[in-house]
Design a binder for this molecule. Structure first.
Ligand code: UDX
Ligand code: UDX
Length: 437
């Protein structure tokens, strides 16, 4: 059992802390947001993540997990400290590291014994060295420490499973002893462990996210060509995916990527390159294709309604950037709602988990508690987030409730032939059927 501290109880930090506690360690999770910590002490989760509520409560009850806003309390007897504070995009796409710097300074001022400081947050290449400089300069007196990069590869909605079943653990440090100690923390996960230097570990994270984002933009570009030539991108992706060099995952064409990671990490990597006077044509193209999908959803819905959405009522099925999360950071739903409203439409929405987030993000959108009451009187619906509950909707009932039976399926969850049989005016992304007579 090790004494671990996690700084930042967001999507990454809370899952990381709860999972390390579940492995038998003693974890103290710290956040500067007092309300968030008070809520957690009362068993109220700050985020929606399947399984997290039970995991946190069980480990708190077992005495392995606790919460505080005090660095002095958190660092008492601590051997490992994970920095998992936000690293949002700055105005030019660069990663904003003010919170990482604040955490590093607070650690330096409160540490009482040797520490291994682990960057869990996604940070630009070279940040590990920068954190070490901050700690060294902020310490009242020199106390030994090492900085290690241990990037996260957690997907929201499956974060606990992704933590417990990692494809690999990446550890970056110039201090082999520290790297080995961090590796030991992860041994119960029985996953391949890559130990390398700090900058390489930081780059593995960015390159992995940038590749996945590019793979999605690639299939979305293929989808455009499929639609023009009458092929079905879902079948194309299936045929591609059997090739283990390609792999079947992250080949779902649709409205593209959102969330707090892909958009931020692709921009940050491109920014780092441009700071070294390097061009990034592939990353730039991946971003361009990605955000084009959102505009296309508005345009295609207008086409389905005879050319304009002005004066029409449009319902959004889903708001979160992906299913099984309440996270709306850079969600396609935001740009789609804004595009529709700017074009004169009245927009409604329903999402199984993101309604609280949506109230402040999309105040002009009418929110409904279920898809059927939302559909009543709508001229068109747009599938924005592929929640399972949308896949088995009673479509005949939906059709009877709508003013006109028009659906733009932004996540290709329905069967075009069935939709035609049901009498919908239906369009999806990259499905050759759109051109069937
Ligand atoms: C964030 C980044 O988005 C991700 O790229 C990185 O890999 C990990 O950190 P996430 O957990 O989604 O992931 O961040 P967020 O949900 O914003 O939570 C960050 C937490 O840190 C918040 O609870 C915030 O209150 C806390 N925080 C922020 C601190 O405790 N101290 C600070 O100085 C700043
Ligand atoms: C991602 C990475 O997968 C994870 O390893 C990293 O740690 C954080 O960023 P996340 O953003 O939580 O995780 O979700 P993910 O499942 O990767 O989806 C990202 C976005 O891509 C979502 O908006 C999703 O809708 C979209 N997506 C995903 C597609 O459009 N098509 C796909 O085939 C897969």
């Amino acid at each position: 059992m090790k004494q671990i501290c996690v700084i930042g109880v967001g999507y990454v930090g809370l899952v990381t802390g709860a999972c390390f506690a579940d492995l038998g360690n003693r974890v103290v999770a710290l956040d500067m947001n007092k309300k968030r910590i008070e809520n957690l002490k009362q068993g109220i989760m700050p985020i929606y993540e399947p399984g997290l509520d039970e995991l946190v409560k069980r480990n708190v009850k077992a005495g392995r997990l606790s919460f505080t806003t005090s660095y002095a309390e958190a660092l008492h007897g601590c051997e490992f400290i994970f920095i998992a504070v936000g690293t949002p995009s700055g105005v030019n796409g660069e990663a904003d590291l003010q919170y990482v710097a604040a955490a590093a300074r607070s650690i330096a001022q409160n540490m009482t014994g040797p520490l291994i400081i682990i960057n869990k947050s996604t940070v630009p290449i070279g940040t590990g060295d920068w954190v070490a400089d901050i700690v060294r300069s902020a310490q009242p007196k020199p106390i030994p420490f090492s900085v290690v990069s241990c990037p996260e590869f957690l997907r929201e909605g499956t974060a606990i499973s992704d933590f417990m079943n990692p494809h690999r653990i990446v550890i970056g440090s110039l201090d082999k002893e520290a790297a080995n100690k961090v590796a030991e923390l992860h041994l119960p996960l029985r996953a391949p462990i890559v130990i390398t230097d700090l900058r390489t570990a930081e780059m593995i994270k960015y390159a992995s996210n940038a590749f996945l984002a590019t793979k999605i933009s690639f299939i979305n570009e293929i989808a455009e060509i499929c639609e023009a030539l009458g092929a079905d991108v879902k079948e194309v992706a299936a045929g591609m995916g059997y090739d283990i060099r390609i792999g079947k995952l992250f080949l779902d064409a649709g409205l593209g990527w959102g969330g707090s990671c892909f958009p931020k990490d692709v921009r940050a990597l491109a920014y780092m390159a441009k700071e070294k006077a390097l061009e990034t044509p592939i990353l730039d193209a991946a971003v361009k294709v990605n955000y084009r999908q959102r505009k296309a959803a508005v345009q295609r819905t207008a086409e389905l309604l005879g050319g304009s959405v002005k004066g029409k009522t449009i319902g959004l099925l889903g708001l979160a950037f992906k299913p099984n999360t309440d996270d709306m950071r850079d969600a396609p739903s935001i740009d789609i709602a804004h595009g529709l409203i700017e074009s004169g439409a009245q927009v409604r929405a329903y999402d199984p988990a993101a309604m609280d987030a949506a109230r402040s993000i999309l105040p002009a959108v009418d929110l409904f508690d279920d898809p059927y009451s939302m559909a009543e009187g709508c001229d068109a619906l747009i599938v924005v987030t592929e929640w399972n509950e949308f896949k088995q909707l009673d479509l005949e009932r939906i059709k009877s409730l709508m003013r006109t039976p028009v659906i733009f399926d932004g996540r290709n969850i329905y069967d075009p032939i069935l939709m035609k049989q049901l009498g919908f005016t239906y369009r999806s992304v990259g499905r050759g059927y759109n051109h069937q007579p």
